[in-house]
Write a protein that binds this ligand. Structure first.
Ligand SMILES: [Zn+2]
Length: 154
């Protein structure tokens, strides 16, 4: 399977339909992994190296730690990217902690450099980022659907 197929299969496997909220997604991931999933914003996460998110696999729970960002969309993307790793099973088996230099809206070649500096497997990263984009589209869809609803019926 290529990345596109892997990502599409992952989206279908979630059975969330075309639109959903971030909270729906969090619950689905939680249920599938049979573990609590906590999302924590850490205002003083050291972002010097462009680090903006961490997925920490603890004994009984998954913890996604993300940097503060004034942009709600960036924040969401940090979280979705980590959820994408979980959904794609990138850290299954061994305990592992993934630190991310995830910078949306920067050119891919720059991103590639940042990622390789952190010795991250680039194919894994591309898949996670691409799934995160698909998830973001689903969440955006839910927001549009809601606002359309309140426009018509509100
Ligand atoms: Zn990643």
């Amino acid at each position: 399977m290529n990345i596109e197929q892997t990502v599409s299969a992952a989206v279908a496997g979630l059975q969330l339909g075309n639109t959903f909220t971030l909270d729906d997604l969090r619950h689905t991931v939680q249920d599938r992994r049979h573990r609590r999933l906590r999302i924590v914003e850490l205002a003083d996460l050291d972002t010097h190296d462009g680090l903006c998110a961490l997925w920490f696999v603890a004994d009984a729970e998954d913890i996604v730690i993300h940097a503060r960002s004034d942009s709600a969309l960036h924040r969401q993307q940090f979280v979705l990217h980590e959820l994408a790793h979980m959904i794609l099973g990138h850290c299954d088996g061994d305990d592992c902690t993934v630190g991310e230099a995830l910078l949306p809206n920067i050119p891919p070649y720059t991103r590639g450099r940042l990622l390789s500096r952190q010795d991250l497997d680039s194919e894994t990263e591309i898949a996670a980022e691409s799934l995160a984009d698909r998830l973001a589209a689903g969440i955006r869809g839910a927001m549009f659907a809601e606002s359309a609803y309140s426009e018509v019926f509100g």
